[in-house]
Design a protein around this ligand. Structure first.
Ligand code: BEZ
Length: 215
């Protein structure tokens, strides 16, 4: 199987693979939900233990946003199950999301998660946010030695879900509840008044700030 770099807007490729909870087909697993598919280098490694533990701790935050989480590593399902016990014990949580057992590297190759100049065997720390239309909406790649910030992944999902449903974009360091930016393509003042009844401040004609419309 060849790997091609997946880009924003591409359709997330479907697959079937073993996991810590049995066989999973991506599209069936996601259903109508958003998805976060993320890889980590290997089981029984320290940084990954903290990442998966934290993901379990904030699983309610993902569920609130209609997001299903799916981890990937190149170890087998038995190894994943043993490691999940360690994660639960050391991170004081309960991992309930599946970890794909990608021993044959089917998913890692499909999603280009092995970067041979970094490691020929282990997956890098990739993240793919997939929307309910199966489009890739965010990609992140972190090196093995740097744990990711899962609060940032939640923050981007907040931005994607908000900007999908309102004519806004989110500024630097935006967090849910902060002011947002009216998209520059929206020019009709009547439409702006109707969409943003709380008004807006035009710092520049292209930089129009308004309270978050769904709050
Ligand atoms: C890890 O925990 O995955 C890890 C730690 C140090 C260097 C590389 C990976």
């Amino acid at each position: 199987m060849t790997s091609t770099a997946l880009r924003l807007g591409d359709t997330a490729p479907d697959f079937e693979q073993e996991s810590s909870i049995g066989k999973i087909r991506l599209y069936d697993y996601l259903g109508d939900s958003w998805g976060v598919l993320f890889s980590h280098p290997a089981d029984f490694t320290p940084v990954c233990t903290t990442e998966l533990g934290y993901t379990a701790i904030v699983s309610g935050e993902f569920a609130k946003r209609n997001v299903k989480v799916l981890a990937v590593s190149v170890d087998d399902a038995e190894s994943h199950k043993e490691w999940i016990n360690d994660i639960n014990e050391t991170q004081n949580t309960k991992v309930e999301f599946p970890i794909l057992a990608d021993a044959d590297r089917k998913v890692s190759t499909l999603y280009d998660m092995i970067h041979p100049n970094a490691s020929t065997t282990a997956t890098v720390r990739s993240v793919f946010v997939i929307d309910p239309a199966r489009k890739i909406r965010l990609t992140l790649t972190y090196p093995a030695s740097t744990g990711r910030n899962f609060n940032e992944i939640l923050r981007v999902i907040d931005s994607l879900q908000l900007t999908d449903s309102h004519s806004v974009a989110t500024p630097v360091n935006w967090e849910d509840g902060d002011d947002v930016i009216i998209v520059p393509s929206l020019k009709d003042e009547d439409v702006i008044k109707q969409k943003f009844p709380k008004g807006y401040k035009a710092v520049k004609p292209y930089l129009r700030i308004t309270p978050q419309p769904n709050k």
